[in-house]
Ligand binder design. Sequence first.
Ligand code: C2E
Ligand code: MG
Ligand code: MG
Ligand code: MG
Length: 278
Amino acid sequence: RAKDAGGNRYEVADPDSDARAIDRHSLTTHLPAALERDEFFLEFQPLIRMSDGTVDGAEALVRWAHPVHGRLGPDRFIPLAEHTGLIVPLGRWVLEQAVAQTCTWASGLPLRVNVNLSPRQLHHPDLVPDTIAVLEAAGVEPSALCLEVTESALISADEAELKPLWQLAELGVDIALDDFGTGYSNLANLRKLPATTLKLDRSFTQGLQRHPADPVDVTFVEGIVSLAHALGLAVTVEGVETEHQAGQLRELGCDTAQGWYYARPSSATEFAREWATS
Ligand code: C2E
Ligand code: MG
Ligand code: MG
Ligand code: MG
């Protein structure tokens, strides 16, 4: 029967993907109300200095407390919000919440907060004024904020598109290249980006888990770290799940690490109890 309908028969024949499609449609239409009803919340995951195991900052990660489907991870709704444009107000909300959070932690350590930016936010004309306004309203130094932009979002950006990031960088905001190593960027382009940090994608960390580690992965990480350091960039590694990985990545010269081995993302309160009081 699907065949008779012609066209894209897989869409009809696979009940699973059909259910997912309906789900996505309903999720998409509910996004604006969800923002109004305060159904989004942030979790924080520490970034750990590999030299001494102390905390350097936290990455803010958004979640959706959906009234019917329960807790949804960003992979379920960020692409939808990006598609509809809701990512712009949602992203601003994330920025405000994340920056406000650093103030409540300030009693202990001056912690940095990392906030993810999607391509649509990057290209929105309000990015720079909004970011400045949020920092000023909270009385937070620009250097306490790091904006994470994926390598793939920047790969095709021309000079004009990079200008807002340069402006923010000049104010003192840190810029991290997220999921580094998964795109196909021309490494020479790194010099043209206002980045201060490379976040090495989790796939590299996974390659180091084997005993012995895949020599190709080791070489790759070594190469990226030395290139990054030569360009004055710090290296953060994502997805560190074991002591073995942590040890190797420290030896390979990575500066900061993030992953379940240190801590899972948790509520702001839990994060403060665990990390911001020492
Ligand atoms: P990301 O920025 O690369 O964030 C790291 C992801 O890895 C997070 O997934 C985090 O929970 C997960 N993770 C951390 N440590 C480990 C580990 O040891 N093992 C494994 N397997 N995973 C680990 P999460 O929270 O599901 O976020 C997924 C992606 O959604 C993020 O990837 C980011 O691209 C996007 N995202 C999250 N929050 C926001 C946001 O506020 N705005 C935008 N635009 N994107 C966001
Ligand atoms: Mg990130
Ligand atoms: Mg990442
Ligand atoms: Mg990643």
